[in-house]
Design a protein around this ligand. Structure first.
Ligand SMILES: [Zn+2]
Ligand SMILES: [Zn+2]
Length: 340
C-alpha cells in the first residue's frame, strides 16, 4: 500500500509499504480522509518526546472497514464507515476500567508510537472503533477526533450554562472548543489569536476576538468582562504568554484548562492561583465518552456548518509531501485533509 512515512526527523516521503497485519481484536480500515494535526508536525520535526521512527503519522482518519479479526467483530459488517480513537491502551488498569483510557499508563498513540492514518490502510483496536452513518459527509467525519478533543475539554472544564469562556489560541482545536463551548451554553466566548485571518473567520462565526500582540490587549480583554475575568480560560497555545494570560484573565475561583502541550516547563504565577483560588485542569486527548459525544454531535448536525469552516484544503495522498510542507508554515488556513 501507499503511505506517508516519517523515516527520520524532517523526512516524510510517500512510500510503498506492507499492509498492516491484524492481531485478535483489531480491524483494518481503508482510509478515505485523514487530517493533518499539529502533533503530526511535532512528530515530523522530532519534537515528540516518545515517537519512534519510521512511523506513518496521522490520527484523524475516517474510512471503510475492510477486515476484522476476533473479539468484537460481530458488532460490525465489512463495508461499514468507521472512525476510531487513535490509540491503543492496556484495557486493564484503573483509568481504562473507568473509560478514561486516554490516561492509561500504557498508552500507545497512533501516528507516533504505532502507524497512523496517512496511508491507504490503517489498523485500529476494534474496541476503539465506531460506526458512522453511511450518508455522513466523510470530510466532516474526519474531524471526529479533533471535535472529540474539544468535547472532552469543554466537559472536563465544568463550564456552566451562562458562563464566560476565553480561548487562548484560535487554531483548529481552539476554534472547535469555542464552538462546543457556545453550544454548551457559554454566554460569551472570546478567542485570543495572533493571526488576522483566523480572527476574521472567528468573527464571521460570531465570536469576539482579541489580538494578544495588540498594545491595548490587557485593557480590551479586561473590558470584555468589566474586569471580572472569565469563568473558564482554555489555554490552547502552549506558550509562556498564553499561560500568563490564562492566570491573569481567569476570574476569582475560575478554571484554567490546559489543552496546549509544551515540552519545556513554563512558569505559572502561583501567587495569583492562590489568591484567586483558581483551578488548573490538565486534559489529555479524549476519553471514550467524549469521543462518542463527538460522533453524536456530528450525527445530530447542529454545529456541522461551523465545523465545516475548519476544513481549508484537501490534498490527494500523492501530494502528501507538499501537504506537509504547506501545513508546516503558518498561513491563512485551519485544517488540511489528505484524501486517499
Ligand atoms: Zn490531533
Ligand atoms: Zn490502561
Amino acid at each position: 500500500m501507499k503511505a506517508a512515512v516519517i523515516e527520520e526527523k524532517n523526512s516524510l516521503h510517500l512510500r510503498e509499504v506492507e499492509k498492516p497485519v491484524l492481531q485478535d481484536g483489531e480491524a483494518l480500515i481503508k482510509v478515505r480522509y485523514c487530517g493533518i494535526c499539529g502533533s503530526d508536525i511535532h512528530v515530523l520535526r522530532g519534537e515528540h518526546a516518545t515517537a519512534k521512527f519510521p512511523v506513518i503519522p496521522g490520527h484523524e482518519f475516517v474510512g471503510e472497514l475492510v477486515d476484522i479479526k476476533g473479539s468484537g467483530s460481530q458488532r460490525y459488517e465489512i463495508g461499514d464507515y468507521v472512525v476510531a480513537q487513535p490509540f491503543f491502551s492496556c484495557g486493564n488498569c484503573e483509568p481504562c476500567a473507568k473509560g478514561e483510557d486516554n490516561v492509561c499508563a500504557d498508552l500507545r498513540f497512533m501516528g507516533a508510537h504505532t502507524d497512523g492514518g496517512f496511508a491507504q490502510y490503517v489498523k485500529v483496536a476494534t474496541r476503539k472503533m465506531y460506526r458512522i452513518p453511511k450518508d455522513m459527509d466523510l470530510k466532516l467525519a474526519a474531524l471526529t477526533e479533533p471535535v472529540a478533543v474539544a468535547v472532552h475539554d469543554v466537559r472536563k472544564s465544568g463550564l456552566q450554562v451562562g458562563e464566560t469562556a476565553l480561548i487562548i489560541g484560535g487554531g483548529p482545536i481552539g476554534m472547535l472548543i469555542a464552538m462546543v463551548a457556545r453550544h454548551a451554553g457559554a454566554r460569551q466566548v472570546v478567542i485570543s489569536e495572533i493571526s488576522a485571518y483566523r480572527r476574521k473567520v472567528a468573527e464571521d462565526l460570531g465570536f469576539i476576538t482579541v489580538d494578544p500582540t495588540d498594545s491595548c490587549f490587557d485593557q480590551s480583554i479586561a473590558a470584555l468582562t468589566e474586569g471580572k475575568g472569565f469563568d473558564v480560560c482554555f489555554e490552547v497555545s502552549g506558550t509562556k504568554p498564553g499561560i500568563a494570560t490564562a492566570v491573569e484573565e481567569a476570574r476569582i475561583t475560575g478554571t484554567i484548562v490546559v489543552v496546549g502541550m509544551t515540552r519545556e516547563p513554563h512558569p505559572v504565577d502561583l501567587a495569583a492561583v492562590f489568591a484567586k483560588e483558581l483551578t488548573i485542569k490538565g486534559v489529555r486527548i479524549h476519553a471514550q465518552y467524549s469521543f462518542i459525544g463527538a460522533i453524536e454531535l456530528l450525527k445530530e448536525g447542529s454545529l456541522n456548518e461551523e465545523f465545516e469552516a475548519m476544513i481549508s484544503r484537501v490534498f490527494p495522498l500523492e501530494e502528501v509531501e507538499e501537504a506537509f510542507a504547506f501545513a508546516q508554515v503558518p498561513g491563512d488556513y485551519f485544517k488540511v485533509l489528505i484524501e486517499m
